[in-house]
Design a protein around this ligand. Structure first.
Ligand code: IPM
Ligand code: MG
Length: 353
């Protein structure tokens, strides 16, 4: 198959980690007889420097014309004082909205080789951590009106039934393919938007009678994720709650550097990115963990290109790499061999079959 991939290397560690994911994709292309063409797209701080805009229309167009988008990370201190609408993150938000990718899927799964890296107690980890956060990605407070008037700042949180329903369906469908347990997370004791959220989820539940739906308040969910993570199968939640909970969920698996994500909308053209940021403090030092990006590339093959064998091969190669005792700095533990970003790519490429 021939696939055109838009590549956004971005800022900070973005270029280093993306380079390793591309090496993995190139090896997959060789092994399985595919052609992957890459189109470079500028987004984030580097685009601000070049065009004065974190995502010029022409760059968004390249993404929309591709079969899928692979993204490293954007942002950094250098652009912290840029006004709200021109910040690097705004490029990412415009990209997500422009692609219409309303459904963000963030797995929280502990690799057996890394159970020691989890900050949780062994007896909690041993019960198993394997759940998915389905996060609504192009609505809510991220996309409401933002303004500052004198000493007062306003951010609007708005959800329509239709927006809730389409992400709710993804939550139910995801649970249906797994252990059929869906936990809807909201703050219905305080927010109108959450009461609407809950109502829509329960209406949908009638159509998905094979899936067991439960409700949880977001503050309680934050606690339950560290207290008893094995209770979760699929969590569905709104944009900002999903942002916060997915960082928490990633940390209990050992490192945020290991977690990939997929974002999809109505078409097969998806956006694939690790869930971590651009980590400017370690940029250019060849110590970043590229696995989150490499596994994001695997998700691209699985969900957008219908290449499950190839995706399995990447995941197996990551597992073999961990089995061999190599660790990047973020997941380093006693007795393991510490390696850098590029070496990590070397080893995973060599493990591909
Ligand atoms: C994420 C990030 C982004 C978000 C930022 C960089 C805008 O934290 O993907 O989780 O808040 O969605
Ligand atoms: Mg986040």
């Amino acid at each position: 198959m021939i696939k055109n991939i838009a590549v956004i290397r971005g800022d900070g560690i973005g270029p280093e980690i993306t380079a390793q994911a591309i090496r993995v994709l190139d090896r997959i292309a060789e092994l399985y007889g595919h052609t992957f063409n890459y189109t470079e797209v500028d987004m984030g701080g580097c685009a601000i420097d070049k065009y004065g805009d974190p995502l010029p229309e022409s760059e968004l167009e390249k993404c929309l014309a591709s079969d899928s988008v692979l993204l490293g990370a954007v942002g950094g201190e250098k652009w912290n004082n840029v006004e709200g609408d021109k910040r690097p993150e705004k490029g990412l938000l415009r990209l997500r909205a422009g692609m219409g990718v309303y459904s963000n899927n963030r797995p929280a799964k502990i690799w057996k080789q890394l159970s020691e890296a989890s900050p949780l107690k062994k007896e909690i980890v041993d019960k198993g951590i394997d759940f998915i956060i389905v996060r609504e990605l192009i609505g809510g407070i991220y996309f409401g009106e933002h303004k500052t008037e004198g000493n007062t700042a306003i951010d609007v949180l708005r959800y329509s039934e239709a927006e809730i329903e389409r992400i709710g369906r993804i939550g139910f469908e995801t649970a249906r393919k797994r252990n059929k347990k869906l936990c809807s997370v909201e703050k219905s004791n305080v927010l109108d938007s959450s009461r609407l959220w809950k109502k829509v989820m329960h209406r949908l539940a009638e159509e998905y009678s094979d899936v067991e739906l439960s409700d949880m308040l977001v503050d309680n969910c934050a606690m339950q994720i560290v207290k008893n993570p094995s209770q979760f199968d699929v969590i569905v939640t709104e944009n900002m709650f999903g942002d916060i909970l997915s960082d928490e969920a990633s940390m209990i698996t050992g490192s945020i550097g290991m977690i990939p994500s997929s974002s999809l909308g109505a078409t097969d053209c998806g956006l694939y990115e690790p869930i971590h940021g651009s980590a400017p403090d370690i940029a250019g030092k060849d110590i970043a963990n590229p696995v989150g990006t490499i596994l994001s590339a695997a998700m691209m093959l699985r969900f957008s290109f219908n290449m499950p064998k190839e995706a399995d091969a990447i995941e197996a190669a990551v597992s073999a790499y961990l089995d061999a005792g190599y660790r990047t700095a973020d997941i380093m533990s006693e007795g393991m061999t510490q390696i850098g970003c590029r070496q990590c790519g070397d080893i995973i490429v060599s493990c591909l079959k």
